[in-house]
Design a protein around this ligand. Structure first.
Ligand code: AMP
Ligand code: GLY
Length: 429
């Protein structure tokens, strides 16, 4: 079986790594992949992965049996629809379903129509009514570009002036078309938690919950990032809270189905645990990054089996099992991230880190240097150092032990990933 995985971050390395363990021994192609997928998959260069025509032509010519779509851009662009129309199996929703991620206002409409709790909000395309609304409701308040803005479209404004400038920037084209509509949203407080589910549009099977750390520095300070570390499971989520979150994902899929939209792939719910219960902050139409780097290592079942079942609409026939263990992943980033940073630094110590029990180092932004084959940095977030162990404290210690063995000039990481999980449970000896 030949599989094409689209994307080149830590998430895609984790997907390729897990697929490579399948008893079906698939042949894997990664487009574009990275320095970590290079040893597990054939690297495909020069393919425009957000082009439905290009991906479909490539998959047909290369006789690919299953295409797995990692990032949001190809999903929103309709790559899955094009593959399906060509009779090629695909893991990932079509454009109509991916609008859940591609348009925050569409997601709000779905939530409103189907009674899914979320922050109160209003959408605007004109400056004057948007500013009038802001002044009426006051701060703190959250301002979001409607469309995809690579994680940069959200401003949590503690003061009105900040909210006003975010609205002005958004509507004056800072995010291009993605900001033509601005969504102004009630500010909610509580711990955040992600729950992802596999779904074929009828059956919804949740994964283990995970908690990301979005701020750049310790103690949740500094600018927002794509995620600096993550752990799973989440002690703050008890069984009844988990049941509510799960139910909200089921109602989302059922609601879309009732509206004539079949959702096949991963539905990612970004929840905030408020005093009134879990509410949905956002949906993603794909695996989370870096959540996947702790979720897939805890999955006991064959990912390929599950992906094929999703693609073929027979998820109800598949059992998905999870290890009763904990996983912690720490991001090592390039100095300066999420602002400007340098690339091309030589990375050492990965081999030593992976010799530790339960440790896997997923590559997020690395490449293999052409001149001498050295592994070098190629992005802001460079590595995701994941450790799996029976207890959270052990997984955390092991992950940090591994981080200590890896170095490159300018590297930095947060020192407090999963501290919250330890505080919530008696610390294991
Ligand atoms: P989003 O991309 O919509 O998940 O937003 C990015 C981050 O902004 C979230 O992970 C939250 O930390 C924060 N955020 C988004 N919406 C809200 C809200 N309504 N209230 C408080 N914080 C929010
Ligand atoms: N970790 C958040 C995301 O994947 O969007």
């Amino acid at each position: 079986m030949r599989i094409l995985v689209l994307g080149g971050g830590g998430r895609e390395h984790a997907i390729v790594h897990k697929l490579a363990q399948s008893p079906r021994s698939p042949e894997i192609l990664a487009a574009p992949g990275n320095g970590g997928t290079a040893g597990l998959a054939r690297t495909v260069t020069g393919l425009d992965i957000a082009s439905p025509e290009a991906v479909t032509a490539f998959a047909r010519d290369a006789a690919v049996d299953l295409v797995v779509i990692g990032p949001e851009l190809p999903l929103v662009a309709g790559v899955a629809d094009s593959l399906e129309a060509a009779g090629i199996r695909v893991f990932g929703p079509g454009a109509a379903a991916a609008r859940l991620e591609g348009s925050k206002e569409f997601a709000k409409q779905v939530m409103r129509a189907h009674g899914i709790p979320t922050a109160e909000s209003e959408a605007f395309t004109e400056l004057a009514p948007a500013l009038a609304y802001l002044r009426r409701v006051g701060a703190p308040i959250v301002v979001k570009a409607d469309g995809l803005a690579a994680g940069k479209g959200v401003t949590v404004a503690m003061h009105l002036v900040e909210a006003e400038s975010a609205v002005r920037e958004c509507l004056s084209g800072r995010f291009g078309d993605a900001g033509a509509t601005v969504v102004i949203e009630e500010y909610l407080t509580g711990q955040e938690c992600s729950l992802l589910a596999f779904t074929d549009g009828a059956t919804v099977v949740p994964m283990v919950p995970a908690q990301d750390h979005k701020r750049a520095f310790d103690g949740d300070t500094g600018p927002n990032t794509g995620g600096m570390g993550v752990y799973s499971p989440v002690p703050a989520v008890d069984a009844s809270t988990l049941a509510v979150m799960r139910d909200l994902l089921v109602r989302t899929v059922e609601g879309l189905a009732a509206d004539g939209i079949a959702y096949r792939g991963v539905l990612y719910g970004g929840f905030i645990l408020t005093a009134d219960g879990p509410k949905v902050l956002e949906y993603n139409a794909r695996f989370g990054d870096p959540e996947t780097q702790v979720i897939l290592p805890l999955m006991a079942s064959d990912l390929l089996d599950v992906m094929l079942a999703v693609a073929e609409g027979r998820l109800a026939d598949v059992e998905i099992a999870w290890r009763d263990e904990a996983a912690v992943s720490v991001v090592i980033a390039s100095g300066g991230y999420p602002g400007d940073y340098e690339t091309g630094a030589v990375i050492s110590g990965i081999h030593e880190a992976e010799a530790l029990p339960g440790v896997t180092v997923y590559h997020a932004g690395t490449s293999v240097r052409d001149s001498d084959g050295a592994l070098v940095t190629a992005g802001g977030r460079v590595l995701n150092v994941t450790a799996v162990a029976p207890m959270m404290a052990e997984a955390r210690d092991r992950a940090y032990e591994a981080v200590g063995l890896i170095s490159f000039p300018g590297a930095f990481h947060r020192g407090d990933i999963a501290v919250r999980a330890l505080a919530a449970t008696p610390r294991e000896a």
